[in-house]
Design a binder for this molecule. Sequence first.
Ligand code: C5P
Length: 234
Amino acid sequence: MGKDVIVACDFSSAEATFEFLDRFAEAERKPFVKIGMELYYAEGPGIVREIKRRGHKIFLDLKLHDIPNTVRKAMAVVSKLDADIVNLHAAGTRAMMEAALEGLTREDGTRPLLIAVTQLTSTDQESMERDLLIEKPIAEVVMHYAKTAAECGLDGVVCSPLEAGKVHSVCGNSFLTVTPGIRFADGDKGDQKRVMTPAAAKEAGSDYIVVGRPITKAEDPVAAYMRCVNEFVD
Ligand code: C5P
């Protein structure tokens, strides 16, 4: 898979999601879709199968984090949904990441890409120190999580585009950086604290950008999506 724009479909129902995706029926490109907890918990696994049936690639963003045995079994179920990318929290530790890979691997040896969340882009140095009692520089924490994920055999990390270059230099260029926290230069930051434009994320070496509200809340979502594609992919 090459560089791509992943659209975060953070809707609360299948109806709202399909109303949104239907707008892309005539578009020159079918968006890679991210399904998060809100939609998945509302609609269940059928939503993944239906979006897949419509020809979209899927990043199933469920951010698993539990004891290794539970994550292994949950990933074995997730694997059957045929998503292209799935994820977990690197904070679940090495044993959990290795168990996740085991669970995800099908009998024929194939599996979806597995990436790890390092620190959420809504977390900054202050909240990390105050709420998580992690008193290291956030860049060092992110890099440590990425390195551990790579050593466990994962395919990449979700990280801020500000960290993409460093992740590649520590974990190798084929280790994927999937980066949310994307905003247009003339757009709203919302609750994201560490943001970059699609063009800057490309420059920084991101492999995939994850873009939600700048596309889903745009007056013309197809135009906003194509603006991301033009800045990031082309
Ligand atoms: O609307 P916005 O562009 O901020 O959406 C970003 C998406 O990326 C959301 O679905 C959010 O849950 C997700 N995400 C994030 N930061 C992470 C991991 C995932 O913002 N570290």
